[in-house]
Write a protein that binds this ligand. Structure first.
Ligand code: HEC
Length: 281
């Protein structure tokens, strides 16, 4: 435990000693299981993953971790994708993927990391090509995404990428799981508190993870959020406009908003706050 809280707070989160984290909020066995999974994975393909433990705070604690480093597409698929990309995408994004916002490199990674591959998949298959969104067969979109993954130096594997598995594949950089970037739209789960000056905070908050939807989570998102592992972060709400009358201090809630990192004062510009109907006690 000591190691977990130290490395978490060491990375741009508000600093909290482990003594401040309520031991009741932590499930030790899950932590141990997850940490060993992270170590196993890191030994195989992600050299630095063991130094970071954001995944230990992931909502889907019971599932083995699969990432873009796990070999989620095949070489043949990426080769087919290169051709389809040439037909449908390269006139705007260029042969070398450097056009427009750029489909490879640091900016691209920063846009999509700490999220599931589902978000990038939707962006590609539902909004591209500009002018004819969603016009290609699904198989071609899959091939093209495989090609984009290859261009970003994620390794090929033995099984082709499929649409069904996108939500279970995490997009992360070579460094392994990291804190979500500043200004990203994120979701966290924690305890709502209101201080004497009327300022709201979410405390014991799970590691914020990226979301693309600022609005109220779907019922299934609420359900998976209800099992989120409590964490040691605190986020102050920039204003209370996303709070509705049925949300109360002392309740666990799913909070979405734009992340603003400040030393010892991480904030959320909240876009949705939904109570899980559970008391924090
Ligand atoms: C007619 C021009 C055009 C074509 C063709 C096109 N795109 Fe785009 N694409 C854009 C523009 C412009 C943007 C970024 C700006 C925006 O969306 O407002 C973009 C953004 C993207 C992004 C988001 C990048 C990021 O990091 O935010 C992805 C991914 C993408 N395109 C993939 C594709 C793929 C794959 C194809 C082929 C199936 C394709 N695009 C075809 C113009 C195009």
């Amino acid at each position: 435990m000591e190691q977990v809280s130290t490395s978490l707070s060491g990375r741009s989160h508000s600093r909290k000693s482990s003594a401040q984290i309520n031991p009741m909020m932590v499930r030790p066995t899950l932590f141990v299981l997850l940490l060993s999974a992270v170590h196993l994975l890191s030994a195989q393909s992600v050299p630095k993953a063991a130094s970071s433990d954001a995944s230990a705070q992931d909502d889907n604690v019971s599932k083995p971790r699969k990432t873009v480093w796990s070999g989620v597409y095949t070489r043949e698929q990426a080769q087919r994708g290169a051709e389809a990309y040439g037909d449908a995408c390269s006139r705007c994004h260029r042969e070398d993927l450097s056009g427009y916002s750029g489909l490879r490199g640091d900016n691209f990674l920063e846009n999509w990391r700490e999220d599931s591959l589902e978000s990038l998949w939707r962006r590609v298959s539902k909004t591209m090509p500009v002018g004819a969104p969603g016009s290609l067969p699904e198989r071609e979109y899959l091939d093209i995404l495989a090609f984009i993954l290859k261009a970003n130096e994620f390794p090929a594997g033995t099984r082709e990428l499929t649409a069904a598995e996108m939500p279970s594949i995490r997009f992360e950089s070579r460094n392994g799981p990291e804190p979500a970037p500043d200004f990203a739209l994120v979701q966290t789960v924690g305890c709502l508190e209101r201080d004497s000056t009327g300022v709201w905070r979410v405390t014991h908050a799970s590691e914020p993870r990226r979301t693309r939807n600022p609005d109220k989570p779907t019922p299934s998102e609420m359900e998976s959020a209800s099992t989120a592992v409590p964490g040691g972060s605190t986020f102050r709400f920039l204003d209370g406009s996303a709070l509705k009358a049925d949300v109360h201090a002392g309740e666990r809630a799913v909070v979405r908003g734009f992340l603003i990192r400040k030393p010892n004062d991480d904030r959320l510009n909240t876009t949705s706050v939904e109570s899980l109907g559970q008391s924090c006690k």
